[in-house]
Ligand binder design. Sequence first.
Ligand code: NDP
Length: 253
Amino acid sequence: MTEAAFHRGVTLAEIALGLVTFVGLLFFEAPYGRYQKKGYGPGIPQRVAWIAMEIPAVVVWLGIYFAGEHALSSAPLALMGLFQLHYLQRTFVFPFRIRPFGKTTPLAVVLSAIGFNVLNAYVNARWVSEFGDYPSAWLTDARFLGGAVLFGLGFFGNIAADTTLIRLRSDGSSGTYAVPTGGLYRYISCPNYACEMLEWTGWAIATWSLAGSAFAIYTAANLVPRALSHHRFYRAKFPDYPPERKALIPFVL
Ligand code: NDP
C-alpha cells in the first residue's frame, strides 16, 4: 500500500470516528467542565490538562508538517500559519485565561484528546505539506481566500465568546455558572462552539480537501451535542433563561 492510500484510509477513519463520537455524545456528555464525573482516572489540573491535550496539535503537527516535501512553499506555509494561529492560542494562551478554581479534567479525557490531536496532525499536516497540491497561485484562489476569511471570523468570534464566559468569573464567583449575555449570546447559548465550527469549516474550504473536511466534521460531531447539552443545562438551572435563545444556530437550533 502506498502512503497516500494509507493517508486516505486514516482520513476516512477520522470521519468514521466523528460519526461514532456524534452518536455517543448525544447520550453521554464528555466528562469535563460542568459534566465532570468520577471514574475516568485521576484528575489533572485544568490548565495542565488543556496544555497537554492541545500541545500535539502544535509540536506533532509541526514535526509532520516540516517533514513534507512542500513544507517551505508559500501556500502550504500560509495554511500552516492558519492552523497554528488557532492552536498556539488554544495551547499557550487560553489555559492561562480560564478560571478553573481547582477543577480538574479526568485523565481519560486528556488521553483521548491527545490521541485525537496526533491522528488529526497526521491527517492534516501530512496533507498540507506532502499530498496536497498547493501552488503559490492557491493564495489568490477564491477557495483559499473565502476559507481564510471564515477561519478568521471564527477565530476572533471564538475568542470573544470564550472571553465573555471567562469574565463571568472575574468577581471571584468560584467555579459557579452564570447566564452569559451580549454579542452572539443574545441569540445562542454556545457562540464559542459555533465560531469554532466556523473556523474549521473555513479550514476545510481553504484546504479544499478531504483531510480538512474530516477535521471540520469531527469538530461538529464533538461540539453540536455538547452545545445541546449546555443549552439544556442553562434552561434547567436558570428558570428565567431567555426563551428565544437557541443552542448553536441563531433562530434555528
Ligand atoms: P465551555 O463553554 O464549556 O467552557 C469554557 C470556559 O468557560 C471554562 O473555563 C468553563 O468553566 C467556563 N464557563 C463556561 N460557561 C460558563 C458560565 N455560564 N459561567 C461561568 N463560567 C463558564 O467550553 P469547553 O471547555 O468545552 O471548550 C473550551 C474551548 O475549547 C472552546 O473555545 C471550544 O470551542 C474549544 N473546544 C474545541 C473542540 C474541538 O473539537 N475543536 C472540542 C472542545 C472544546 P468550567 O470548565 O468550570 O465549566
